[in-house]
Design a protein around this ligand. Structure first.
Ligand code: NAD
Length: 309
């Protein structure tokens, strides 16, 4: 299968690397020229829980037009640039190309469908964790389940094919019949953890050790749960606050991606996480003041990277 991965950062390189190792033709598409050149010259280095090796049978490109159409396009840019990146990737999207997104945040499916058309997108969530170290080099930091599904919940042949391909690459994957539930269930974890770590500089485990941050986590999660329920979303866990706190404990030493973005002065996914809860809350008539404050604070932090000492 010819696979293109749009956004070959931490996660795109991980999925692309594992799929290439299992014998697929994989193209990594990225705007970062140094990274692309390093992969083409020296291969992709993956370190971490699945071992340290260099994958050579993988190709990378900044010019999407050079690779032709793909059977599968996996979107792994940050959700801040989904629309623009998918528009630029049009040359890769043929009439039969299946598009898969495992990005965090709300709205990615809709943005991709706007460019590629309805019925083209598979979506889901992954518990794998990866960190980009430098050009051509990532660390596979954690592994867990991946669930993917059709937007209408049907179990189709193309869904089963992609699930089989991911499993053959060592990415444990199952088909799902309710991607909204999966996406919201993961969103709510990110709602509780990401912004708080980005604002305080604390690691995941630390935010539940202090009353101030633990209280805010509970309030932010509870608001998001009300919005999810108003939209008829059934979550994957019974007690959302307890679940998010469990995730904090299990990932106690992690610096959440939003904290890493702030430390590296990069744009965060705040608008697609806490900001999305605020927007969806407005549509449902549900107040979300805590998520509004978290969104406002992270937005100001990222807008003022250049004017602070
Ligand atoms: P990342 O920042 O490491 O990688 C994004 C890549 O996209 C970068 O290499 C960047 O150069 C590239 N890019 C930016 N604009 C582009 C464009 N227009 N066209 C092509 N490439 C472009 O991000 P990541 O950590 O891999 O996260 C990707 C998505 O996966 C996010 O939604 C994130 O929340 C989600 N996610 C991340 C993890 C993780 O452990 N890192 C885990 C689960 C989900």
């Amino acid at each position: 299968m010819k696979i293109a991965v749009l956004g070959a950062g931490a996660m795109g390189s991980l999925y692309g690397g594992l799929l290439a190792e299992s014998g697929n033709e994989v193209w990594l598409l990225d705007i970062w020229k140094e990274h692309v050149d390093r992969i083409n010259e020296k291969g992709l280095r993956i370190e971490g829980i699945t071992g340290d090796r260099i994958i050579k049978n993988i190709k990378a490109a900044t010019d999407h037009a050079q690779i032709g159409t793909a059977d599968l396009l996996i979107v792994f840019v940050k959700s801040t640039v989904t629309d623009m990146a998918v528009k630029n990737a049009r040359p890769v999207i043929g009439s039969n190309t299946v598009i898969l997104t495992l990005q965090n945040g709300l709205g990615n499916v809709e943005k991709i469908e706007k460019v590629a058309g309805k019925g083209r997108v598979l979506a889901g969530v992954t518990s794998h964790g990866s960190t980009l170290i430098g050009p051509g080099h990532i660390i596979h930091a954690g592994q867990g389940d991946t669930y993917i599904g059709e937007t209408d919940g049907s179990i189709t042949g193309r869904l089963e094919k992609v699930v089989d391909m991911l499993n053959s690459a060592g990415i444990k994957c199952s088909p799902a019949d309710n991607i909204s539930s999966l996406i919201w269930s993961k969103l709510i974890v990110n709602v509780g953890i990401n912004a708080l770590t980005a604002i305080t500089g604390l690691k995941n485990g630390q935010i539940i050790e202090y009353e101030g941050t633990s209280d805010i986590l509970e309030l932010a999660v509870s608001e998001a749960v009300k919005v999810a329920r108003a939209r008829g979303i059934k979550l994957q866990y019974e007690d959302p606050v307890a679940h998010v706190k469990d995730v904090c404990r299990l990932t106690a030493q992690n610096k959440a991606s939003m904290l890493q973005d702030v430390l590296n002065k990069r744009r965060t996914e705040i608008d697609m996480i806490n900001g999305a809860v605020v927007r969806e809350g407005e549509k449902e008539g549900i107040p979300t003041p805590v998520n509004r404050v978290l969104t406002g604070l992270v937005s100001v932090i990222q807008e003022t990277y250049d004017v602070r000492d």
